[in-house]
Design a protein around this ligand. Structure first.
Ligand code: AMP
Length: 368
């Protein structure tokens, strides 16, 4: 996968496949025009690699020229075709083969046909390396076609996404895979970490636990760890600005993930708002908040048990646990209303066998 500007693209056509298609077009054109000197007119900018490789494969005498039109802006065709570099004026009586990198809707082709109809060339033909038969309007015959491709945005081998990607030897396709971003919600001990470990495998997601990131930083005595330690030791929440920044850094580090499970974040309405805002800048969003329901007494027993094995000091002292619940009730519980108002809050019974709870969560995810 590669990233250009804000978008991800996955490999689509290998260099050998492209070169084989170029060669095949050159051979067909050569068979038709070997007895004359045709003029190949490349349609800039996207055609430059195609024209260069085409000419290397063309074995007979020929001329070459370029024309420049523009119709794409970003990912979608604007429908406006401008002539930026006009047809050469010495084409009289010559056979012209227009070399296009790609034909999709046919809008640019229409403009080309219009331009060449007004010239006194002997004849003109159209060759396109890539061709989207699904969306082509079929108005004019395309004389030579390289590869018929699905209607997905592509880059590479001369084609760009906002000017990037033209230098790639292969062709890449926009990765439109739907991301799933989940918030796991619930009191300490509700089983968020346990369930996240299953869900991340099942749905190929990146699991971010802010508690784990803080503990990692404490263990490595980083500045962030030293700062967080005093709050965590008491069972208080670490201040929002510190936590939000840390969370954003974690997401940035895994920008190629196919989705995230946020575990232990957000824990305040300010964090939830910051998360929504941050995801929006990445063209991402939270798809669902999954709440694991369990009553306090069950959770306290679970946490004290966990404390014996994990060594987590905040799990070993009942008063610290009760303080974490207090923090939850005051600061985190209001998030339920926040996500309910967005229609994203799903509550699941968090008591029972681990795999049963995973199944309950998976059912919600699959219905999203
Ligand atoms: P956890 O492992 O999720 O139970 O988190 C352990 C501790 O890390 C919490 O009691 C807080 O002190 C701190 N912490 C984890 N996530 C957050 C968060 N989103 N906001 C503030 N503090 C957090």
């Amino acid at each position: 996968m590669i990233k250009l500007h804000d978008k991800y693209f996955k490999p689509f056509l290998r260099e050998e496949q492209i070169l084989a298609a170029v060669k095949s077009i050159a051979q067909k054109v050569a068979a038709d025009y070997k007895d004359e000197v045709p003029v190949f007119v490349g349609v800039l900018n996207g055609c430059f690699m195609f024209v260069a490789d085409f000419l290397k494969e063309y074995p007979y005498a020929c001329e070459v020229s370029f024309i420049k039109l523009s119709s794409y802006q970003g990912l979608t065709s604007t429908g406006i075709v401008e002539t930026l570099l006009d047809i050469p004026d010495n084409l009289e009586g010559k056979s012209v083969i227009i070399l296009e990198d790609i034909i999709d809707s046919g809008r640019t082709l229409k403009e080309l046909i219009h331009l060449f109809n007004n010239t006194n060339v002997k004849e003109y033909k159209v060759a396109s390396l890539f061709y989207k038969s699904e969306v082509y309007n079929g108005e004019y015959a395309i004389d030579y076609v390289g590869i018929d491709i699905p209607d997905k945005f592509i880059v590479g081998y001369g084609l760009d996404y906002d000017e990037l990607g033209r230098n790639l030897r292969e062709v890449y396709q926009l990765n439109q895979k739907h991301m799933i971003n989940l918030v796991l919600f619930g009191k300490p001990g509700a089983g968020k970490g346990t369930q996240a470990a299953f869900l991340k495998e099942q749905y190929n997601l990146k699991h971010i636990s802010t508690g784990d990131v803080f503990r990692y930083n404490i263990k490595n005595s980083t500045e962030l760890g030293n700062l967080a330690k005093s709050y965590m030791d008491k069972g208080d929440l670490v201040p929002d600005e510190v936590t939000i920044k840390m969370l954003q850094d974690e997401v940035e580090k895994h920008s190629d993930a196919s989705g995230f499970i946020f575990d232990g974040f957000p824990r305040t309405v300010a964090q939830a708002k910051a998360l929504d805002e941050f995801l929006r800048t990445k063209d991402m969003k939270i798809d669902a908040t999954l709440a694991l329901d369990a009553n306090d007494e069950v959770l306290i027993q679970r946490l004290l048990e966990r404390g014996k094995v994990s060594g987590r000091t905040d799990d070993q002292d009942e008063s610290k646990i009760r303080n974490r619940f207090e923090e939850y009730n005051q600061k985190t519980a209001p998030l339920q209303a926040y996500y309910e108002s967005q229609g994203k809050f799903h509550s699941v019974n968090g008591i029972g066998e681990i795999e049963d709870i995973t199944r309950r969560l998976a059912k919600v995810i699959e219905e999203l």
